[in-house]
Design a protein around this ligand. Structure first.
Ligand code: NAX
Length: 325
C-alpha cells in the first residue's frame, strides 16, 4: 500500500474544517488512490469537540484515511508532514481594531512558524487560510527560514471560484467554459478580481460584458462576497472555504490544465512591480508540484492602480507586525 500523505491541519474543530476534513479523507485533495493521514491541531479548550470530529471521521470508514491524530501540541502535529493547512486563527471580537487582530494572529503564526521550522520537513507545502491570511503567511514564512519559502502560500482560491461563478451567471455560461480568471492582491476587500484575460468557451469575456459591470459590479460583488455570506448566514463562509482549500492544494499538487491557470497568494518575486517577499495573489500555473507566476500579462491602468492599493494594504499590514518578522 502507498504511504499516506501526512497533512497537519490547525483549527480542526472549527467550521471550515467540519466540511473540509471529510473531503480530504474521501480523496478530494490528493485523489482516489492516495491514502492520507490527518494530524489535527486545536487549542486545549477545543479538544473535546475535536474528539467528536474524529469519531465522525472514524464512522465514515473512509478507505483512504490511514490515520487521524488529534493533538494540542504543535510539535506532534507538524512532525513528518507533507502539507500544513493553517485554518485556525483568532476571530475579530467586538470593538477589536484590525491592528489588534493582526497582532494577536501574528503571535499565533510566529510561534507556529518557529515550531514548524524546528520539526517540519523543509519542503512542506503550506496553505494559510486563517485571516488575515496573506499577512499570517508572511509572518509564518519569516519565522520558518528552514522551510522552502516558495511553499508558503495563502488562500485566494475562494475569491477565484467566486469570481468564476459570478461571471458564469452574468454571461449565462457554465463554470468549465470559463478559463483564466485572476485575483490579484490581498484576500481582503482590496483584492482585484480581473476578467481581462478570461475567456468563455474560447471567446474573450471582456467583449461579452460592459466595462462598467466589470468595474462597478463584478469587482465589489466578489470582494465583498464574504460579508454577504455572513449577512445571510450569520457566520462566515465555511463549506465554500473548505472546498477552495481542497482546490488550492489539488491544483498545486496535480497541476493546472494547459489552457488555464489559477490564483494563489504566493511570495512575490517582484513580478508586476509588487514588492518582493509580500504574500500576494497572482495568476499561477502549477506543474510537478510547483507553481509559476504567469508573466507579461498586459495590465490596464485601472487594474494596475487597484493592484497597487492592495499592495499598499499589505505593506501597511507588514509594518504593523514588523517586530514579528
Ligand atoms: P472557527 O472559529 O469555526 O474555527 C477556528 C478554529 O481555530 C477554532 O476551533 C479554534 O479553537 C481554532 N484555533 C484558534 N487558535 C488556534 C491555534 N493557535 N492553534 C490551533 N487551532 C486554533 O472559524 P472558521 O469558520 O473555521 O474560520 C477559520 C479562519 O478562516 C478564520 O480566520 C476565517 O476568517 C478564515 N477564513 C478565510 C477565508 C479565506 O478565503 N482565506 C475564507 C473563509 C474564512 O473567513
Amino acid at each position: 500500500m502507498t504511504d499516506p500523505v501526512r497533512i497537519a491541519i490547525t483549527g480542526a474543530a472549527g467550521q471550515i474544517c467540519y466540511s473540509m476534513l471529510f473531503r480530504i479523507a474521501s480523496g478530494g485533495m490528493y485523489g482516489p488512490n492516495q491514502p492520507v493521514a490527518l494530524q489535527l491541531l486545536e487549542i486545549p479548550q477545543a479538544m473535546g469537540v475535536l474528539e467528536a470530529v474524529k469519531m465522525e471521521l472514524d464512522d465514515c470508514a473512509f478507505p483512504l484515511l490511514a490515520e487521524t491524530i488529534c493533538t494540542d501540541d504543535p510539535k506532534t502535529a507538524f512532525t513528518n508532514i507533507d502539507a500544513a493547512l493553517f485554518v485556525g486563527a483568532k476571530p475579530r471580537g467586538p470593538g477589536m481594531e484590525r491592528s489588534d487582530l493582526l497582532k494577536d494572529n501574528g503571535k499565533i503564526f510566529s510561534s507556529l512558524g518557529k515550531i514548524m521550522n524546528d520539526v517540519a520537513n523543509p519542503d512542506v507545502k503550506v496553505c494559510v487560510v486563517g485571516n488575515p491570511a496573506n499577512t499570517n503567511a508572511y509572518i509564518l514564512k519569516a519565522n520558518a527560514p528552514n522551510l522552502n519559502p516558495r511553499n508558503i502560500t495563502a488562500l485566494t482560491r475562494l475569491d477565484h471560484n467566486r469570481a468564476i461563478s459570478q461571471l458564469a451567471a452574468k454571461v449565462g455560461s457554465t463554470v468549465p467554459e470559463i478559463k483564466k480568471m485572476v485575483i490579484w492582491g490581498n484576500h481582503s476587500t482590496t483584492q482585484v478580481p480581473d476578467i481581462s484575460y478570461c475567456n468563455v468557451a474560447g471567446k474573450a469575456a471582456a467583449g461579452m460584458v460592459d466595462e462598467a459591470w466589470a468595474r462597478e459590479d463584478f469587482i465589489p460583488t466578489v470582494a465583498k462576497r464574504g460579508a454577504a455570506v455572513i449577512a445571510a448566514r450569520g457566520s462566515s463562509s465555511a463549506a465554500s472555504a473548505g472546498n477552495a482549500v481542497v482546490d488550492h492544494m489539488a491544483s498545486w499538487v496535480n497541476g493546472t490544465d494547459s489552457d488555464d491557470w489559477t490564483s494563489m497568494s504566493v511570495p512575490s518575486d517582484g513580478s508586476y512591480g509588487i514588492k518582493e517577499g509580500l504574500i500576494y495573489s497572482f495568476p499561477v500555473t502549477c506543474q510537478n508540484g510547483d507553481w509559476k507566476i504567469v508573466q507579461d500579462l498586459p495590465v490596464s491602468d485601472f487594474i494596475q492602480g487597484k493592484m497597487k492599493e492592495s499592495e499598499a494594504e499589505l505593506l501597511e499590514e507588514a509594518d504593523a507586525v514588523k517586530e514579528m518578522v
